[in-house]
Design a binder for this molecule. Structure first.
Ligand code: C2E
Ligand code: CA
Ligand code: CA
Length: 686
C-alpha cells in the first residue's frame, strides 16, 4: 500500500505547473506585443509633440531671426525650455551663428542603454525658418533636441505594470485552478483510493467502496458505483467458486452413497493414526471388509437393493465401532476398511473382526424380502506387517482377497504364523468358555511344608484343564487368556468354591489344612470380590483362617488404594494374604508396608538356581531377611532338591513347597501323601 505520494506527482500540482507555464508564456508574449506597440506609439508621439511645439513657435522664431530680434529669440527659446524634455533649443542664422541658444544636461536614467536602443538618446529636429510669401527664402534654422528619457520612463512603468499583472493573473489563475482541482478531483479521488485499499480481496463484497459526499451524481459517483457493481460480481463469483470447491472437496472426502470417508481422505487419516501409534508405542490394525458375493445380491435384487445393503453395512459398522479409536471408510464397490488404534495385541483386532462379522451377518429386511449376507475380512497389523500406510492397506486388501478364496464369513491375518496363533487362541478362548460347563477343569493341591517341624501345614490349589483334544493345557497358557477376556472372574470363583469344598471335606476327615488360592489381579479389581469371597467361606462353613489368598504385586499397581482397602477387609475377616512371585516385580517396600500381608512367596526362579547362581542366592537371602524384619512368614516355592531344602532350613525360611516334597496332587493322592509324609517324619524322629 502506498502511504503518501510525492506532492509533485499529484495531478493538481502538475496542472498547476502547466497552467503557470502556459499563462506565463502566453502572458509574456501578449504583453511583449503590447509593450512593443506601446513603444512605437510613444516614439511616434514624441515626434508629433515635437513637430506641434515647433510649429507653434516657428513663426515667432522666423520673426526673431528675420528682424534679428535677440530678445524675441530668447523669449521663444526660454518658452520652449519650460518643457523639461527639451535638451537644446537654438535659433540660428543661415550662416550657423546662434541668435539664441540654450541647453540643459540630459536627465540620468538607469535604463539608458535600453532607452537609447529603442528611442535613441535624443531626438534632433532642424527646421528651416521661412516666411509664408512663397519666395522660398530661408532666414535661419531652428534646432530643437528632445530628451527621450521622460517618455521612455512612462513607457517603462507601463510595461512593468503590464508584465506584473500578467504574471500575477497567471499565478492566481494557476492557484485557483489547483485548489478547485484539488477540491473537485484530487481529494475525492484520494478518498476513493483509501476506500478501495480497504476492500478485502478474499471477500470483495464485504466492504464496498464509499462515494465521497457530494459526488454521488457526478463522474466519480458513477465510477464508484460501477466499481462496486464489479466488486459484488467478483464476490458472487468467488462465493460460487468456493461453494463449488467445497462441494468437490466433500464429494472427494466422503463417499456419496454411505457418507463414510472416501479412500483418499482415509489414507490421510491413516497416516496421522500411524504417527500417533508410533508416538504412543501402540499397535494398530487395518481391517479390510469385503461383502461376500455382493454381485449376486445386485444381480438378484437389483442395484437399489445393493445400494441399501451397502448403506446398511455402513450404518452397522458405525454403530458397532463407535468411538474415537476407530476410523471407518468405504474403499469402493463392496469393500470397507476399518482402522483400530491403541491396540495392546493382535487378539484385540480379532475381537473387533468377530464383532464386525456378527454385525454384517444379521439379515436385512428390504421391501418384504430379507437379504442375508456375510463378509470376509483381511487384517494387517502395524508395525509388524508394514509401517507405511499404503503398504499396510495393500496387505490387508491382499489378505482379504486370499481369505475369500478359502471361504466366506471369516477373517484372516496377513502373517500366516500370527493368523495361526490368533486363530488358536480364539479357539482356546471359545473352548475355555465351555470348559467349566463341560467339567474339563479340576484342582490339584501342592503341599506346603513347615521346614522346622517337617509337617504339612497347608496346600496351594492349582487349576488344571483337561482339554479333550489338546490334553492337559498348562495354566500359564490359559490363565492369561481368561484374564484377558474376563472369564477369570467366573473361573476364579469356581476355584474358590472347589477349594472351600475340599477344605471342608479335609476338615471333616481330621485334616485341618490351610488352602492357598491364587487370586488374579482382574478378580481383585471386581467390585463385589470381597463379598463373594466372604460369602463363599460362610456357605461352606469354613473358618476364614483356613483360607490364604495369593496375590501378585501387579495386582496393586492399577489402583493401590482400592486393592489395599479390599485386602484389609479380607484380612480383618481372618483371611491371610501372601505375596506371590515375590522378587520378580517391583518388590517395593512402600507397597509392602501398606499391605496387610502375612506371607512372602519367593518365586521359584530364584530357588531353582539357589547355591548355583550367586545373585539368586543373594536375592533369596534378602527376601528371608526382609520377611524376618517385617515379621512376615517366608515361603520358598519350587524347592526341588535336598540341598535347597537344607539351605533354606538353615537360613531360617519357614515354609517350603516344591517337587522335592511333592508335585501338585489330586485330592485322594494328596491325602495319601500327607499320611505317608507324616508317617515318615515320625519314623525319622524315632
Ligand atoms: P504359581 O502361583 O507361582 O504356582 C506355582 C507353580 O509352580 C505351579 O505351576 C506349580 O505346579 C509349579 N511348581 C510347584 N513346585 C515346583 C517345583 O518344584 N519346580 C517347578 N519347576 N515348578 C513347580 P502351575 O500349576 O502350572 O501354575 C502356573 C501358574 O498358573 C501359577 O503360578 C499361577 O500363577 C497360575 N494359576 C494356577 N492355578 C490358578 C488358579 O486357580 N487361579 C489363578 N488365578 N491362577 C492360577
Ligand atoms: Ca501361587
Ligand atoms: Ca510363584
Amino acid at each position: 500500500m502506498q502511504k503518501s505520494f510525492e506532492v509533485e506527482n499529484r495531478l493538481g500540482y502538475r496542472i498547476l505547473r502547466w497552467i503557470l507555464a502556459v499563462a506565463l508564456i502566453s502572458g509574456v508574449i501578449v504583453s511583449a506585443i503590447q509593450v512593443v506597440l506601446d513603444a512605437q506609439h510613444v516614439s511616434a508621439n514624441l515626434n508629433n509633440q515635437a513637430r506641434q511645439t515647433i510649429a507653434m513657435v516657428k513663426d515667432s522664431a522666423t520673426q526673431a531671426v528675420f528682424s534679428i530680434d535677440e530678445d524675441l529669440a530668447n523669449q521663444v527659446v526660454d518658452g520652449l525650455f519650460a518643457r523639461e524634455e527639451i535638451l537644446l533649443a537654438q535659433i540660428l542664422h543661415t550662416n550657423g551663428d546662434p541668435l539664441s541658444s540654450r541647453e540643459r544636461p540630459k536627465a540620468e536614467s538607469a535604463f539608458n542603454s535600453l532607452i537609447n536602443t529603442i528611442f535613441d538618446a535624443r531626438r534632433q529636429f532642424n527646421t528651416e525658418l521661412t516666411r509664408n510669401d512663397n519666395s522660398g527664402t530661408v532666414y535661419g534654422h531652428f534646432v530643437v533636441h528632445y530628451d527621450t528619457v521622460p517618455a521612455a520612463h512612462m513607457w517603462l512603468s507601463r510595461a512593468s505594470i503590464t508584465f506584473t499583472s500578467v504574471v500575477a493573473t497567471a499565478v492566481i489563475l494557476g492557484m485557483v485552478l489547483y485548489f478547485v482541482f484539488y477540491v473537485l478531483l484530487t481529494r475525492p479521488l484520494l478518498r476513493i483510493v483509501h476506500s478501495v485499499m480497504q476492500v478485502n480481496p478474499e471477500h470483495p463484497d464485504d466492504r464496498l467502496v464509499t462515494t465521497p459526499t457530494g459526488h454521488e451524481k457526478d463522474e466519480l459517483g458513477l465510477w464508484v458505483s460501477a466499481t462496486n457493481t464489479l466488486l459484488i460480481a467478483i464476490g458472487d463469483s468467488q462465493k460460487r467458486h468456493r461453494e463449488a470447491e467445497d462441494k468437490v472437496n466433500r464429494l472427494a472426502r466422503y463417499d456419496q452413497l454411505t457418507g463414510l470417508l472416501s479412500r483418499d481422505s482415509f489414507m490421510e487419516l491413516l497416516k496421522a493414526d500411524l504417527e500417533e501409534s508410533k508416538r504412543n508405542n501402540t499397535l494398530l490394525s487395518v481391517i479390510v471388509c469385503g461383502i461376500d458375493d455382493f454381485k449376486s445380491i445386485n444381480d438378484q435384487c437389483g442395484f437399489r437393493t445393493g445400494d441399501v445393503t451397502l448403506q446398511t453395512v455402513a450404518d452397522r459398522l458405525i454403530s458397532i465401532l463407535g468411538g474415537s479409536r476407530f476410523t471407518i471408510a468405504r474403499l469402493g464397490g463392496d469393500q470397507f476398511v476399518i482402522v483400530e488404534k491403541g491396540l495392546k495385541d493382535g487378539f484385540q483386532a480379532a475381537d473387533t473382526a468377530e464383532a464386525i462379522l456378527a454385525g454384517v451377518n444379521e439379515t436385512i429386511g428390504l421391501d418384504g424380502q430379507s437379504v442375508s449376507m456375510t463378509a470376509t475380512l483381511g487384517i494387517a497389523l502395524y508395525p509388524s506387517d508394514a509401517i507405511q500406510p499404503d503398504r499396510l492397506l495393500q496387505s490387508a486388501e491382499q489378505t482379504m482377497m486370499l481369505a475369500k478364496q478359502k471361504g466366506r464369513d471369516h477373517f484372516q491375518f496377513y502373517v500366516a504364523s500370527i493368523d495361526q496363533e490368533i486363530r488358536d487362541r480364539k479357539q482356546l478362548e471359545k473352548d475355555l468358555s465351555e470348559a467349566l460347563s463341560l467339567n474339563q477343569l479340576h484342582l490339584v493341591y501342592q503341599p506346603q511344608v513347615n521346614l522346622e517341624t517337617k509337617r504339612i501345614i497347608g496346600a496351594e490349589a492349582l487349576i488344571r484343564w483337561d482339554h479333550p483334544i489338546r490334553g492337559l493345557v498348562p495354566p500359564d497358557y490359559f490363565i492369561p487368556v481368561a484374564e484377558n477376556n474376563g472369564s477369570i472372574v467366573e473361573i476364579g470363583q469356581w476355584v474358590l468354591e472347589q477349594a472351600c469344598l475340599q477344605a471342608k471335606q479335609w476338615a471333616d476327615k481330621e485334616l485341618p489344612l490351610r488352602i492357598a488360592v491364587n487370586l488374579s489381579a482382574v478378580q481383585l479389581r471386581q467390585d463385589r470380590i470381597v463379598e463373594d469371597i466372604l460369602d463363599t467361606l460362610k456357605r461352606h462353613d469354613i473358618p476364614a483362617g483356613r483360607l490364604e489368598l495369593e496375590v501378585t504385586e501387579t495386582s496393586f499397581m492399577t489402583n493401590l488404594a482400592d486393592a489395599v482397602a479390599k485386602l484389609h477387609t479380607l484380612n480383618r475377616a481372618g483371611i491371610s494374604i501372601a505375596v506371590d512371585d515375590f522378587g520378580t516385580g517391583y518388590s517395593s517396600l512402600t507397597y509392602l508396608k501398606k499391605m496387610p500381608v502375612q506371607h512372602l512367596k519367593i518365586d521359584k526362579q530364584f530357588i531353582r538356581d539357589l547355591l548355583v547362581n550367586e545373585e539368586d542366592t543373594r536375592i533369596t537371602n534378602t527376601i528371608i531377611d526382609l520377611g524376618r524384619s517385617l515379621n512376615l512368614t517366608v515361603v520358598a516355592e519350587g524347592v526341588e532338591t535336598a540341598e535347597q531344602e537344607y539351605y533354606l532350613t538353615q537360613r531360617g525360611c519357614k515354609l517350603a513347597q516344591g517337587y522335592f516334597f511333592s508335585r501338585p496332587l489330586r485330592p485322594a493322592d494328596f491325602e495319601a501323601f500327607v499320611q505317608e509324609f507324616h508317617q515318615k517324619a515320625v519314623e525319622n524322629n524315632a
